[in-house]
Design a protein around this ligand. Structure first.
Ligand code: NAD
Length: 248
């Protein structure tokens, strides 16, 4: 799958699934903007990509902050001229009973996992609409499809991202902009490693393939949706979860 001449913004690209996605898109030929709140890891990711012969650049972004999103969008277009692909990969959550969640906690969960991707799409879409081309890939979660014990608000935000994906796909099809959604199941990243051991063991037992996903396996699905191999596919939700969740 070739992405030469394309520019891709990947949020959360300093770690885990976002990092693997940045690698795959960059090695398919795209110039990748590594967008992350973690400057040190983001700069290191971009430097590693450039050292391997790919083209990448780190730009700071806090997806929970509207001013940061607006500044980032201006900088990304200023640096690259245009953004062809947006991957909303940044995400955050913590396992906790719903009745222990504080308003500050759920506002943060919703801001990072739902409002941020909405605002970033809104900020980057004008150029895509003008050029009548573009790809948006939202990283949701199987939690958003089937629910997840102890991740109630996170699951709600990720379900919102699925509804947003489908509706935006309908609205943007006329501009030749495809919008799709990848739902990872438990994937071996720092986010999953922060989950208590007993929960991770339970997850693993429930997965028909009996192992966690690799970040690169999720990135493969993102690359498909970012490339012309998915030109007639929009508004779709693809689980990458070793058979954990099966659609009817
Ligand atoms: P990760 O923690 O390894 O990486 C997340 C990245 O997002 C980090 O680099 C972090 O700095 C960045 N980030 C966090 N808050 C940010 C903010 N406010 N602004 C900008 N960047 C921010 O996590 P991951 O496991 O690679 O998760 C990637 C995506 O996949 C997330 O959307 C997550 O919800 C989703 N997901 C992960 C799993 C899993 O098991 N790992 C399962 C389902 C869905």
């Amino acid at each position: 799958m070739k992405l030469e001449g394309k520019t891709a913004v990947v949020t959360g690209a300093a770690s885990g699934i976002g990092r693997a996605t940045a690698d795959e898109l960059a090695h398919a030929g795209a110039t990748v903007i590594v967008a992350d709140i973690n400057r040190e890891a983001g700069e290191a990711a971009a430097a590693e990509l450039n050292a391997s012969g790919a083209h990448a650049r780190y730009l700071p972004l806090d997806v929970s902050d509207l001013a940061s999103i607006q500044q980032f969008a201006l900088d990304a277009v200023g640096v690259t001229g245009q953004v062809d692909i947006l991957v909303n990969g940044a995400g955050w959550g913590k396992i906790q009973p719903f009745m222990e969640n504080t308003p500050e906690f759920w506002q943060r969960v919703v801001a990072i996992n739902f409002t941020g991707p909405v605002a970033l799409a809104h900020a980057l879409l004008p150029g895509m609409i003008e050029r009548q081309q573009g790809r948006i890939v939202n990283i949701s979660s199987d939690a958003g499809r089937v629910g997840s014990l102890g991740e109630t608000v996170y699951a709600g935000a990720k379900a919102g991202l699925i509804g947003f994906t489908k509706s935006l796909a309908r609205e943007l099809a006329r501009y030749k902009i495809n919008v799709n959604c990848v739902c990872p199941g438990p994937t071996d990243t720092p986010l999953l490693q922060a989950v208590p051991e007993k929960h991770r063991e339970a997850f693993q037992r429930a997965i028909p393939m009996r192992r966690f996903g690799k970040p690169s396996e999720v990135a493969d699905a993102v690359l498909f949706f970012a490339s012309d191999r998915s030109s007639y596919i929009t508004g779709q939700v693809l689980s990458v979860s070793g058979g954990l969740t099966l659609a009817g």
